[in-house]
Design a protein around this ligand. Sequence first.
Ligand code: TXA
Ligand code: MG
Length: 315
Amino acid sequence: MVRAGGLVVFPTETVYGLGANALDAAAVKGIFTAKGRPANNPVIVHVADVDRVREVAASWPDSAALLADRFWPGPLTLVLPRCERLPDAVTAGGPTVAVRIPAHPVALALLHAASLPIAAPSANRSTELSPTRAEHVLRGLDGRIDVLLDGGQTAGGIESTVLDLTAQPPRLLRPGLIGVAALEAIVGPVMRERALTVAAPNESQPPRSPGLMPRHYAPRTPLECVEGNGAARVASLLAEGRRVGWVTFSDSPNPYPEVMARRLPSDPAGYAARLYAVLHELDVAGLDRIVVTLPPHGDEWLAVRDRLQRAADAN
Ligand code: TXA
Ligand code: MG
């Protein structure tokens, strides 16, 4: 199916991907059509092993070799200079390509069977929540894909870390399951994008990584984030007669029986693993508002806070 130019949804260790042959321009354009994704947002290329990176990237710096050795297969995407033969649709016409080896048996089996690099963004409509289960994929893409490989709930729960190795020092373009400290232990200081504080990019300049655009990863139900406990905010929404979903991560009991409350684990990895599944669940519950009690500041929560703030900014 991939070899024939089709669109195949497959599970990875992070979220589900919407895949097509990365060397077939028409197939890759099909991804953009299915997602409603703007053509200026490049997609990640998935490969089966390190040897195959050379089919899509023009160079393989020492830093890439060290990181791949440590983290691949796994949730780390490396931005490298691109190969000329790669279709422009993959890179949005830019000089670089983002590549990773996913750590999921189904994804790896697909890559080996196709024997091709597979371009795959997350398998959701543009700006919507990424899918961590097959049913989430169908919510947005039913009728727009050829095959869906159902691998159950994905383990990681949020998208991979994206690190640009064409910048000096390397630049973090998207925080993810692999934290900055783990990267810095291998490649030294990593620059953090100022935009990680979620400033709107200047429309006239192409974004360095469109994943940094604030409107991304959002449920359809308006979502707001609160620092601190959030009970006061929930109470005032209830007083206005709104139907409220509330995402917390602490042990304190929910004092409002009419609220659809979901408690996430209080460790960052456990929280990330369940975050999108909970947001999808609340999003189909017919609520007026989703309130999320933000986890603390600090590097270990960087990726989770990033996704939550984007979901809130999309309102
Ligand atoms: O975990 C993941 O990364 C999932 C699974 C399916 O692998 N994929 C994913 O893809 O989240 P997507 O397209 O939703 O996000 C890709 C991110 C975007 O922020 C995109 O802008 C950035 O990677 N990106 C892709 N190619 C790039 C490039 N050449 N330079 C800079 N950023 C790039
Ligand atoms: Mg995405």
